[in-house]
Ligand binder design. Structure first.
Ligand code: PFF
Length: 450
């Protein structure tokens, strides 16, 4: 029986693992498709502002609670108070986080499976076989279930090995590969005819769209999803950070890298859509809006790659490999949430806890897969659009109102000598007590009313 807590070996180890969690399908799939469906540059601008105005402060709340308590969210939140009612509320919030993390993983593994299947599909294309005989390229229940299973097994295999040998080792290997592949792809796509039109749409905002409530909540949900917030992932990663690390700075690196990679992914995909248009592929739907969602990634882009011949098949291979890697470093952080809960709660070994939890989540994935029409969209919306920001509010309130101010300052001062005089300490505590929760709630209410 081993339920000993792990720790990241260095600040670099933490940053790669936390950015590994943050950078995922949310960045490479979610951000560009949301940008496409919300008119381009306006969404990019709002997203960038919200990432630093709302998501970074909330990220800090999680990291600080995690490192301070050295527990998973279910135990951490009650530990911040002596009041029985608040303790119970903390526990309930923690359990809600574990549930949401597990549900996110259950749909994430399905999407990751779709994408992983495109890797062998691209390999078959490279060998010159006609596209319509390519079993891997076409969705079917059997293909989707198999690849979802494969992805779930890979995720569980890494998590079962623990913090340092599993999560940290694989994130440090995979993340640099991801950045390099991405830079190579952006450089290639931007040289192709049509790319500049896409670039213009991407970087020049249409200011009339900026106050649209649906754009605002989508950008907020996207920022919370992208930074893996609310569900206890960053809290648990924070609990593995050494007391000698400067948390506000480390957290800022994570937020910056995550946002930078989302921006880079948009720089790849929006211009790629216009390259596709230049080659005669339809990129506008019947309502005259840009194609977004699964069709963009699983139809429009593969059509583009196919139309570019051998080089295109190669670009496709790298692109889907990139997405699979990004998905994996994120899914391990999601699985870590229920696994640490099971580990600390039931005092079982890490491999056992991992096997058990991963099997249950795979069961839920299959349930969703067999009822895609009814369940998929509902689970995505309930978890990412509503639950994550709401849980983010709770975590801000716990860090701001429940955790004693002296303890908060003490925690921030670990690894950050001049914390008390810093701008961070002057602004952040008041900010997460009032401004951050209020902003999130106002956007919510506006969206529901709108
Ligand atoms: N941040 C991940 C992405 O952008 O794809 C998704 C994610 C990871 C959400 C971990 C929640 C989580 F706990």
């Amino acid at each position: 029986m081993s339920n000993e807590r792990g720790q990241f070996s260095s600040r670099f180890g933490f940053i790669t693992a936390a950015t590994g969690s943050a950078v995922g399908l949310g960045n490479i799939w979610g951000f560009p498709t949301q940008t496409a469906s919300h008119g381009g540059g306006a969404f990019v601008l709002v997203y960038l502002v919200l990432a630093f105005l709302l998501a970074y402060p909330a990220l800090m709340a999680e990291l600080i609670i995690g490192r301070h308590t050295r527990h998973n969210m279910v135990r951490a939140l009650p530990q911040l108070t002596t009041r029985p009612a608040l303790k119970m509320f903390g526990r309930a919030t923690g359990l809600y986080g574990v549930l949401v993390a597990s549900l996110i993983l259950s749909f994430y593994a399905i999407v990751a499976g779709w994408l992983m299947a495109q890797v062998p599909a691209a390999l078959v294309n490279i060998t010159g076989q006609p596209a319509d005989t390519n079993w891997f390229a076409q969705s079917s229940l059997i293909r989707d279930s198999l690849f979802c299973a494969l992805f779930s097994v890979l995720t569980a295999a890494i998590v079962a090995r623990g913090v340092k040998d599993g999560i940290e080792r694989w994130s440090t290997r995979l993340m640099p590969a991801l950045v390099l592949l991405m830079l190579g792809l952006v450089a290639t796509v931007l040289t192709l005819p049509g790319a500049m039109e896409g670039l213009r749409l991407y970087v020049v905002p249409d200011f009339s769209l900026i106050t649209n409530p649906s754009l605002l909540t989508s950008a907020m949900g996207q920022a919370f999803f992208s930074l893996s917030l609310g569900v206890g992932t960053m809290l648990i990663y924070g609990s593995y950070v050494s007391k000698t690390d400067n948390l506000p700075l480390t957290g800022a690196y994570v937020a910056l890298i995550d946002t930078g990679i989302a921006f880079l992914a948009g720089l790849l995909i929006i211009p790629a859509m216009f390259v596709a248009r230049h080659r005669g592929i339809e990129i506008y739907s019947d309502e005259n809006t840009l194609i977004a969602g699964p069709d963009l990634i699983l139809q429009t882009l593969p059509e583009l790659f196919n139309s570019l011949g051998f080089v295109g098949a190669f670009i496709g291979l790298i692109f889907f490999l990139l997405l699979s890697i990004a998905a994996l470093t994120s899914s391990i952080s999601m699985l870590e949430v229920p696994v640490t809960f099971a580990l600390e709660q039931f005092k079982i070994s890490r491999p056992r806890a991992t096997g058990l939890v991963a099997s249950i989540i795979f069961g839920i994935s299959l349930l969703i897969l067999f009822n895609v029409e009814q369940l998929f969209g509902t689970v995505v919306t309930a978890t990412t659009k509503y639950s994550q920001p709401l849980l983010g509010v709770m975590l801000c309130l716990f860090a701001g109102w429940v955790l004693h101010r002296d303890k908060l300052l003490g925690e921030i001062s670990e690894g950050f000598a001049g914390a008390k005089e810093s701008l961070f300490w002057k602004i952040w505590p008041g900010y997460i007590r009032v401004v951050c929760p209020l902003l999130i709630i106002i956007m919510f209410v506006q969206n529901i009313r709108g």
